[in-house]
Design a protein around this ligand. Structure first.
Ligand code: HEM
Length: 560
């Protein structure tokens, strides 16, 4: 009896082993056949079930260059992932199809929206359809206004001068400085002033701690990680790991944002009341009091100016009960404009300074363009340029102030070489290095690639700028001259130079960004020479924006 049971157990385990062996053979064959079938594939090789997730995960920190490598071999690269498929495109014809010709089929989409919602909510960056159209219309109206342009020129000049002041001090003390950190402070202060009419002062000389900016960066890194982390929803549900940190960061961000909204609403209310009072007085005493009349004009201008910042326009809209604009919607507006205006511009300025300092002939050509403009403007405006000594802080700073005063909107428009330097920087280091879109219905791209509903298609500005098939054999070189013809700046097709996207959702702040970048670089490159701190590593960090992982540590010397 006992022996019978032993025999049957032995048979059972032998059968079990056999079964397992057969299963293992079947799985192995499946994997081998799967891998064999891809032997001629140009994109990354995949594994059953997990697709290319392992390779993508292993290359996460250098993802943009990982894509360059594949897009170099093929203009379209398909990367299957566990729950979706990413199609990366670098051919301008495909990009035009996705961003313009068949725009309606390629929205931000549900996946992108659900990943980014915690940070961007229903702001312009993160919505489609009617919600997007309405915000786009309101914001376009604002960006087209001359009032906003004039106000921005003043604000950008003021904050660039503040930055100059800090750099002047640093240079006289012979200290090292992280330019990216300072530029992030400058652009945050500027977007808050231009976008929401509030002064937040992170670029004060004592460089106060900046909890909002830190939380914003953390949140940005974590939401980007969600695109390749299939476990993020579980982590979020359990509130552990990166998702717990995200939750904490969002609370800090919200505290800041709601305080900006409250402050702005209060200021608008006070300004309206004070304008009402002053206008009554104006009628009563206009003739008698010249000084007071002047004051009223200032107040009225101030009121106009306040009405023209972007947040105020949305607050005004919110006063109409039919608009359905809540404080949460305003929060989303604010955060979307912060992400639009702060990180993109500061990042581009950082890479531009890095490019200028590592290409000495570019630094010299730029310096010469700025000196010529200085002389021309001074002549035109009948201004005598002050003599200065680079070893004397007072005369040095005074002359920089005089130069900044000459930088009107029109004067900046004459700086074609500077414009080319910025554009060339964006070609190689686009602030938004890749930009995914959802797919509503199955479609065929102009090059014949089939894309399936529910997947994602991503145009890749970082790769596009480096492809010889787009820019010729010198694609990898930094050459501002490629943008100039007879000394004048020449644009390229927005479907080839995609740093600002293209089509109906093209960046709304492009002109404003150039204005700020030109103002800042004109002042900095006229008066300073930058050199990288020896051994400082310059590489990007993986997040939605191409920022520098370790900042940009430089030494600064003053120029005559
Ligand atoms: C170097 C600076 C900048 C670059 C490279 C840049 C690039 C871009 C890109 C690639 C997009 C498309 C993003 C997407 O698909 O979601 C975009 C959209 C947008 N940008 Fe910019 N941007 C810059 C500066 C600014 C500034 C300073 C502002 C405003 C203050 C701004 C406002 C916007 C807005 C509102 C959108 C959304 C447009 C829409 O979805 O209809 N940008 N930008």
């Amino acid at each position: 009896m006992e022996a019978d049971r032993k025999v049957s157990l032995d048979c059972y385990s032998q059968n079990g082993y056999r079964g397992m062996l057969m299963l293992a053979c079947a799985v192995l064959s499946w994997i081998l056949i799967h891998r064999w079938s891809q032997r001629n594939k140009k994109g990354p090789k995949t594994w059953p079930l997990v697709g290319a997730a392992i390779e993508q995960f292993l290359n996460y920190d250098r993802m943009h260059d990982w894509l360059v490598q594949y897009l170099f071999k093929s203009k379209t690269v398909v990367v299957p992932m566990p729950f979706t498929t990413y199609t990366y495109i670098a051919d301008p014809a495909n990009v035009e199809h996705v961003l313009k010709t068949n725009f309606a089929n390629y929205p931000k989409g549900e996946t992108y929206h659900s990943y980014m919602e915690v940070l961007l909510g229903d702001g312009i960056f993160n919505v489609d359809g009617e919600l997007w159209r309405k915000q786009r219309k309101t914001a376009s109206f604002e960006f087209a206004s001359k009032n906003l342009r004039d106000f921005s020129t003043i604000v950008f000049r003021e904050y660039s001068q503040k930055l100059h002041g800090i750099l002047s001090q640093v240079s006289f003390q012979g200290q090292v400085v992280d330019m990216q950190e300072l530029l992030m402070r400058m652009t945050l202060d500027s977007i808050c002033k231009v976008g929401f009419g509030v002064e937040i002062g992170t670029l004060a000389p004592n460089l106060p701690e900046n909890l909002f900016a830190q939380a914003f960066d953390t949140a940005n890194i974590i939401v980007t990680l969600r695109f390749i982390d299939p476990l993020w929803r579980i982590k979020r549900f359990l509130n552990v790991g990166s998702e717990a940190l995200l939750d904490k960061s969002i609370k800090t961000i919200d505290d800041f944002t709601y305080s900006v909204i409250r402050r702005r609403k209060k200021e608008i209310k006070e300004s309206r009341e004070s304008c009402k009072d002053n206008k009554v007085t104006e009628h009563e005493s206009l003739a008698a009091c010249e000084y007071f009349h002047h004051f009223i004009i200032l107040m009225t201008n101030f009121h106009d100016q306040m009405k023209h910042d972007i947040l105020s326009r949305f607050i005004e809209l919110g006063e109409d009960p039919e608009s359905n604009l809540t404080d949460k919607s305003l929060r989303d507006v604010v955060l979307n404009f912060v992400i639009a205006g702060r990180d993109t511009t500061a990042t581009t300025l950082s890479w531009a300074i890095y490019m200028i300092m590592t290409h000495s002939h570019v630094a010299e050509k730029l310096y010469s363009e700025l000196k010529t403009l200085e002389e021309d403007q001074a002549r035109e405006e009948n201004v005598t340029l002050l003599q200065y000594d680079t070893e004397d802080p007072d005369s040095f700073n005074e002359r920089a102030r005089q130069f900044a005063g000459l930088l009107s909107y029109d004067a900046l428009g004459k700086l074609y070489y500077l414009h080319a330097v910025i554009t060339e920087t964006l070609r190689l280091y686009p602030a938004v290095p890749q930009d995914p879109k959802g797919i509503l219905e199955d479609d065929v791209l102009p090059d014949g690639t089939r894309v399936k509903a529910g997947g994602m298609v991503t145009y890749v500005p970082y790769s596009m700028g480096r492809m010889e098939y787009n820019w010729g054999p010198d694609a990898a070189s930094f050459k501002p001259e490629r943008w100039l013809k007879d000394g004048f700046f020449q644009n390229a097709s927005p479907f080839k130079f995609t740093a600002f996207q293209a089509g109906p959702r093209i960046c709304l702040g492009k002109d404003s960004a150039y204005l700020q970048m030109k103002m800042c670089l004109a002042i900095l490159c006229r008066f300073y020479k930058f050199t990288l701190v020896p051994g400082h590593p310059v590489e990007y960090r993986m997040m939605t924006i191409l920022s520098m992982a370790h900042g940009l540590k430089v030494n600064i010397s003053r120029r005559p």
